[in-house]
Design a protein around this ligand. Structure first.
Ligand code: ADP
Ligand code: ZN
Length: 732
């Protein structure tokens, strides 16, 4: 006998594309609203899900919702609509899309073990050192965080509860109540705001954006201008306008820890007006993120600044979305739910009827193409606000000019000159560590990661060989394991080696290094930036990190090493990326005073990515690159989907991919099927990987194929996993 009862459709945290229905018991009817997290029985387990629909219906055979985990919905109907769109577009289960959107740890059914409560906080006891390698790993990670709660630790290290308990028993970890640390970005003293009059281009841009804010309509803009052309000032004014209209603003940045200056300018402008700013970033604990989320849901916060996942910030009435440095590849999530935050920002803007402003000095091909097609309005800020002329760029031809160590003679001379003038130097080498590999010069043995198809990077400071993909590490061998020879030498160069060489070349210079190794601990990045700002550093060496976010007014010279290895990556976007990175880093020279110089060392001085970067000419690069893309049907002139197959044995994966490819041939219409072929990184974290690339000039045939493909996916052998990457950004 069926009865009519209250039913909830729940998106569960499991890799399943269907929603599951549960009966809502009387006692929970008032709280189990759409957007609330619930505990539900699932097979023999209890898991977390989110209610996405509620209705009266037939409850025959339905199980019951066990518990509601929130007193207010975490997602409103509008945001849920965006998440559903994303689940559909990226072919990813809605429950796991929601998991990515919510602050970390909220979709786990936490069993309450000794240390699993969110309140209990783990700190290192420096007097007790553990024995095991894994224990050490966990401890040094906690130490780098300055302490962490169990949820955070678990999200970093899968299922370590027993390991953690053991560490507590051993006295290496101490538990305590968490002190509420203030958000490091919000704890800094407020800088003074400046009152200024917009120039004509800024005014023009602001008027156009403001019109769309007022009319409450979706429209997308590209705000294009070099660093220092006044983009941030336009953002600030547009946000003020948006608040005036009673709506809220969302600002996305590539990596918030690298852009403290942007955050403090927003604070300086809006805090005196009584506005609160919420920042969403990885430095927050799980609890702090949950708190921030709830205050945004309640409408207590009108300005949210955050990285990639902040595109899902639950602002009830967004009136403006800004994506700063829209070309930055960190907007695309590389694993799991492989969404692109810039693309989703555009979708969200369309769904919620608000303008979206994409800002960049070096826009992506994708965005420039949208402008060309009239789907996006170009607003350009052609000049630097503070007259400073653009730097002069010299391409150092390594075919004719010899190197002394890692640097060309002319660059060494230029550095000496700048040091004499007491100004600063930036040197970019986009590879961390001392050397990319170690080689036995007697027998030719090199050292590879046992889990990945890649050489181990030699890190001198840490005295270790490290895999940059899976973090495997090993001791530095004294003898070659193959021939017992002692002639083992590091080959090639990373930032550590460059730093060492500079110390010898310029013994009186104060040298700092900025890369992932030197910025691991809290506050270390800010410390380096501060050192530069206060002129305690003469030469800053670093990876692409030094090209981001900050404004170093005293830099008079920028040098780029290893530009060629950027150009030679096996990816059709390598030229686009190199151009963007080189143009960005070149733009750091002579910010305040003008007359900056840039040296790019290369064997390919005729390469368009280099000549256009040297001319700081974004349009020329676009015009040069587009025909190649068009010819090959690559984005932005066509659409790609990458299917990645992975498993424990090469044959099994290869065979499964071959069979899959043959089946696809019978299903595909107007879709080109390329492969299968081994992924450029054939083995990664112990898994063998093959890929099939799907290409089409329009999206609908790709969509149809993905839908029809479901049956073929179901036939894959259990041992082979498939990952679907829609609009892939890199093909590794
Ligand atoms: P971007 O975001 O493009 O790098 P900013 O908005 O940060 O540029 O502007 C660069 C500098 O110029 C900042 O110090 C800013 O305060 C200042 N500035 C911006 N617009 C103006 C203006 N119209 N008049 C005077 N100074 C300005
Ligand atoms: Zn590895």
């Amino acid at each position: 006998m069926s009865v009519t009862a209250l039913i909830a459709d729940v998106a569960v945290n499991a890799p399943l594309r269907t929603l599951y229905s549960y009966r809502v018991p009387e006692s929970l009817a008032a709280v189990a609203e759409v957007g609330v997290r619930v505990l539900v029985p699932f097979g023999r387990r209890t898991i977390v899900g989110v209610v996405v629909r509620r209705y009266q219906g037939d409850d025959t055979d339905l199980k019951e919702v066990r518990e509601c985990l929130d007193d207010v919905p975490l997602l409103d109907a509008q945001l849920l609509r965006t998440l559903r769109w994303a689940a559909d577009y990226y072919h990813y289960p809605l429950g796991q899309v929601i998991k990515n959107a919510l602050p970390g740890g909220l979709m786990k059914a936490t069993k309450r073990t000794a240390i699993a409560t969110e309140k209990q906080y783990c700190r290192i006891n420096p007097e007790r050192l553990p024995a095991g390698k894994r224990q050490q790993q966990i401890l040094s990670w906690i130490e780098a965080q300055g302490g962490a709660d169990a949820t955070q630790i678990r999200s970093e290290f899968p299922a370590p509860t027993t390991v953690l308990n053991r560490l507590v028993e051993l006295g290496c970890l101490e538990l305590g109540e968490k002190e509420r640390l203030r958000d490091p970005f919000l704890a800094e003293p407020l800088p003074a705001d400046t009152d200024l009059i917009l120039n004509d281009s800024q005014n023009h841009a602001l008027v156009q954006v403001t019109e769309q804010i007022s009319s409450g309509q979706f429209h997308s803009f590209l705000l294009q201008g070099v660093t220092g052309s006044g983009k941030t000032e336009v953002y600030l004014r547009a946000v003020a306008e948006c608040l005036q209209q009673g709506r809220q603003a969302l600002i996305l940045v590539p990596e918030i820890s690298l852009t403290p200056q942007l955050v403090s300018r927003f604070r300086a402008r809006f805090e005196p007006l009584g506005e609160q700013i919420a920042t969403l970033h990885s430095g927050l604990s799980a609890g702090e993120r949950y708190d921030a989320w709830r205050s945004i849901v309640r409408g207590d916060v009108n300005i949210v600044i955050g990285a990639r996942s902040a595109v899902f910030a639950p602002l009830p009435r967004p009136g403006l979305i800004i994506v700063d440095e829209e070309h930055d590849t960190s907007y695309k999530q590389g694993e799991g739910f492989r969404y692109h935050a810039r693309d989703l920002a555009l979708v969200r803007g369309r769904q919620q009827q608000c303008p979206v402003v994409l800002g960049s000095a070096t826009p992506s091909m994708a965005t420039s193409y949208r402008c060309e097609q009239g789907k996006c309005t170009l607003l350009s800020l052609p000049d630097r606000v503070h007259a400073g002329a653009l730097p002069t760029v010299e391409l150092v031809d390594l075919r004719t000019e010899p190197l002394r160590g890692l640097l060309a003679e002319s660059l060494i001379e230029a550095i000496n000159l700048v040091l004499e003038q007491r100004r600063q130097v930036l040197l970019l080498l986009n590879r961390r560590g001392f050397a990319p590999y170690l080689l036995c010069t007697d027998c030719g043995t090199s050292f590879h990661c046992p889990n990945c198809e890649i050489t181990l990077t030699y890190h001198q400071r840490q005295r270790r060989l490290i895999c940059h993909y899976c973090d495997y590490h090993d001791q530095i061998p004294e003898r070659c394991p193959a021939c017992q020879g002692e002639g083992i030498f590091p080959q090639g160069a990373g930032t550590e080696r460059l730093e060492e060489e500079l110390t010898e070349l310029f013994p009186h210079a104060r040298i700092a290094r900025m890369d992932r190794d030197t910025t691991r601990t809290k506050g270390s990045h800010q410390k380096i930036v501060k050192g530069m700002m206060e002129e305690q550093v003469d030469i800053l060496v670093g990876t692409q990190m030094i090209a981001k976010g900050h404004d170093f007014p005293k830099v008079a010279l920028v040098g780029v090493l290893g530009a060629d290895s950027l150009l030679n990556l096996p990816d059709f976007r390598s030229a686009e990326r190199s151009f963007a990175l080189l143009t960005q880093v070149a733009g750091r020279a002579g910010r305040a005073t003008g007359g900056g110089r840039v040296f790019i060392q290369t064997f390919h001085p005729e390469h368009a990515a280099l000549t256009c970067a040297a001319a700081q000419d974004v349009d020329a690069f676009y015009q040069h690159e587009l025909p190649f893309r068009r010819e090959l049907g690559y984005p932005p002139c066509g659409h790609l989907v990458n299917l990645i197959f992975s498993g424990n044995t090469a044959d099994q994966v290869n065979n499964a991919a071959l069979r899959f490819g043959r089946r696809l041939l019978t299903l595909a219409e107007e879709v080109e099927i390329l492969g299968p072929s081994p992924c450029p990184l054939t083995r990664l974290r112990g898994k063998y990987r093959y890929q099939i690339l799907l290409k089409s000039s329009t999206r609908p045939p790709l969509r149809d194929l993905l839908v029809n493909m479901e049956a073929v996916v179901a036939e894959l052998p259990r041992q082979v996993a498939i990952h679907i990457d829609i609009d892939p950004l890199d093909m590794f």
